[in-house]
Design a protein around this ligand. Sequence first.
Ligand code: HEM
Length: 400
Amino acid sequence: MTIPEISFPNEDKDFIKNPYPYLKELREEYPIHYDKSSGLNLITQFEDVKDIQKSKNFISSEPQDYTKDADEKLINPKDYDYFWKTEEFNLLNLEGNIHDELRGLVAKAFLNRQVQELRPFMENKSKELLDKVNRGSFDLLADYAQPYSIAVIGELLGVPKEDYDKFLYWSHAIVKMYDLKVSDESAAEAESAAKDFYIYMNNLIDEKNKNPQNDMISRLSQVSENNQQLTKDQIICTVILLLNAGHEATVNTIGNSIVALLLNNISTKNLNHDFDIKKIIEELIRWDSPLQFFQRWVLEDTELSGIKLPKNSKIAMLLGSANRDETAFKNPEKIDFERKNLNHTSFGGGVHFCLGAHLARLELEVSLENLFKNEINLISDPERTGAFGIRGFKKINVSI
Ligand code: HEM
């Protein structure tokens, strides 16, 4: 059987609201579907996603001899000068030795011990924000999750508090480039944000070099391995990646998690007394993954689930779909805090496994423990942002 062709409904509001029934149909029909509009082979089954993450034959940077189809809709980052300057050394797009060396150096500046030292800061920030909200009605994202997450990543990196609003804006604008389809308007906005972000970071790194502090930007300038150090452009790309990756996914996990609980009639009050908070977090990230897909190129002709994938074809691993695969998870539609299998795909796997998973898990633990001191209620039906790739809400009106 040839790979079935579909038009993936990523702009359909009902699909965005709940993509899982459609993804289940795809999974059960055939392991791979070809999306005509994006040119991507969609991989929906758990085992296939895991195999791709472990394989060296699926790479996240464009192969050298790759020629783009004339009708290909996905953007080429190299067409945007500043966006490319902020992407060139983005770990997510690198492979082989350059990836491993850069990742090794960044990891040395991002140790678990250094992350755990942030716990008191997180506790204070979470409490301070919750004390300030209007308990009768507030936006869980704008009034709590966003300022919390940006403050944590800002504190880790050592960026000035007065600039947090700028980071939020830049980060929102840039991450739109990662969706399945990008409008010209969004691309222009992302390019302009990348320019401002790049210039800002360039200056900040100069300042940190003159006056190093106990923060990650200073550490990134200092770490070395076998006499190798990070270049300034590598540091800029890494800091921007950490801000973007570290911020959006964490905010959306807080939002998706609370909405998942409330729409499934699970009371938030003291949830962590009845169940292990660490298991609650893993189950909620599995149930509604904040990052729904990642793309790869096929390096050499290969087979997946017995289906041929030619060299240079492109695939998307659908993490949210894999996490609902009934061959891997028993009753996958159910939120179950006593689930034995916590091996979800939401933090990726293999060489690109999320480098900030330790930070994300701690941020979520502190944050959810504080939120779970309250009975949270939805005031209105929360509206999705409309994006498929980065799955979240525009606004979540709640009372506590
Ligand atoms: C709940 C929150 C988060 C989720 C669900 C998440 C998920 C992911 C996933 C799925 C990948 C792999 C992408 C791929 O396969 O191409 C990844 C990579 C990465 N994440 Fe996260 N992430 C989260 C939070 C964070 C945080 C807080 C940071 C740091 C501040 C971070 C930094 C990174 C980095 C640097 C990479 C690239 C690693 C590499 O390519 O070697 N993430 N993340």
